[in-house]
Ligand binder design. Structure first.
Ligand code: 0X9
Ligand code: ZN
Ligand code: ZN
Length: 305
């Protein structure tokens, strides 16, 4: 059965999506934004009080990288918390009254399934191309943002293979098309990874500071402080290129250059003791503290609409 404190398989996440979206139909709906290379649906949950006019929105995805299991766990947790605290938590109520939050719980659906059934440490998509026996590209090197210019590989066998062209991966295309279509409504883009305890923002494809650097840094520091207030977990904030490493083709840089100003990459727990193999006992504390950071960013975005 599905559990918020376990790492759920893709099939369990899919049936959870189906049931949660029908049992709370006044606040939540689902839509498929496309299918993966292997034909799995990519389903986005839209959270927000129904409204006659289009509301400004936040887009959040989890599970770009297959093995980062705490990430999809967080997206599921976020949906649960949003629904269960609407009406009692004043911030969540106001957020969902004024804005919509689109959540893609699992981006790399094929890769995620593969980590549950074959290779726990798989990172990339599962696409094949004749001429190479190596499978998949790194979805976070496949966006059209300084594509493959640094920190990415053009070797199909590499874990950071940028793909054969920008958006060559159908999953990246599906998400990019969805965000492009709604570019004027999306005020923030949040993408959740693990691990390292970082809150990153553009740029990663360049050492140049983003035009909104100071504001992005200020909001990141506020979000990190909020996160730390619960259990003392320390996060470092900064532009990707200097805070983690230069790496082009990422979704955060792409969304920012498209005009989605508040673009952040979370690298959740831990700092390497367990790494990608974060024990299930840490799902709850990790999600609870991360909620505070996401809510901090959302409140700031809402205040500055
Ligand atoms: O390398 C990545 O894609 C991310 N780290 S991870 O360990 N989860 O793989 C960091 C992404 C930072 N942003 C960009 N490189 N655009
Ligand atoms: Zn990642
Ligand atoms: Zn809670």
């Amino acid at each position: 059965a599905h559990s918020y404190t376990k790492y759920n398989s893709f099939d369990k996440v899919q049936s959870w999506i189906a049931s949660i979206s029908t049992s709370n139909s006044d606040l939540i709906s689902k839509q498929t934004i496309g299918k993966s290379y292997e034909g799995r649906p990519m389903t986005v949950l839209k959270l927000g009080k129904k409204s006659s006019s289009t509301k400004p929105a936040i887009f959040m995805d989890c599970g770009i990288h297959a093995r980062e299991w705490i990430s999809p766990a967080f997206c599921q947790w976020f949906v649960k918390e949003a629904l269960s605290t609407y009406g009692s938590d004043s911030q969540m109520t106001s957020l969902l009254n004024e804005m919509d939050v689109y959540v893609l719980p699992v981006f790399n659906v094929d890769g995620y399934d593969f980590t549950h059934n074959s290779n726990r440490m798989w990172r990339k998509t599962r696409s094949r191309k004749s001429g190479s026996s190596c499978i998949g590209a790194d979805p976070n090197r496949n966006f059209d943002a300084g594509w493959c210019s640094m920190g990415a590989s053009n070797n199909p066998c590499s874990d950071t293979f940028c793909g054969y062209s920008p958006e060559s991966e159908i999953e990246v295309q599906n998400v990019a098309n969805f965000i492009r279509k709604n570019r004027s409504v999306f005020k923030a883009y949040l993408t959740v990874h693990s691990y390292s305890q970082l809150l990153l923002f553009p740029y990663s494809y360049s050492y140049q500071l983003a035009a909104d650097h100071s504001e992005l840094m200020k909001v990141a520091e506020g979000a990190s402080a909020a996160l730390r207030s619960l259990y003392g977990t320390r996060y470092t904030s900064g532009p990707g290129a200097t805070t983690i490493y230069p790496a082009a083709g990422g979704s955060d840089d792409w969304a920012y250059d498209l005009g989605v100003k508040y673009s952040y990459t979370f690298e959740l727990r831990d700092t390497g003791r367990y790494g990608f193999l974060l024990p299930e006992s840490q799902i709850k504390p990790t999600c609870e503290e991360t909620m505070l950071a996401v809510k901090y960013i959302a409140a700031y975005v809402q205040k500055n609409l």
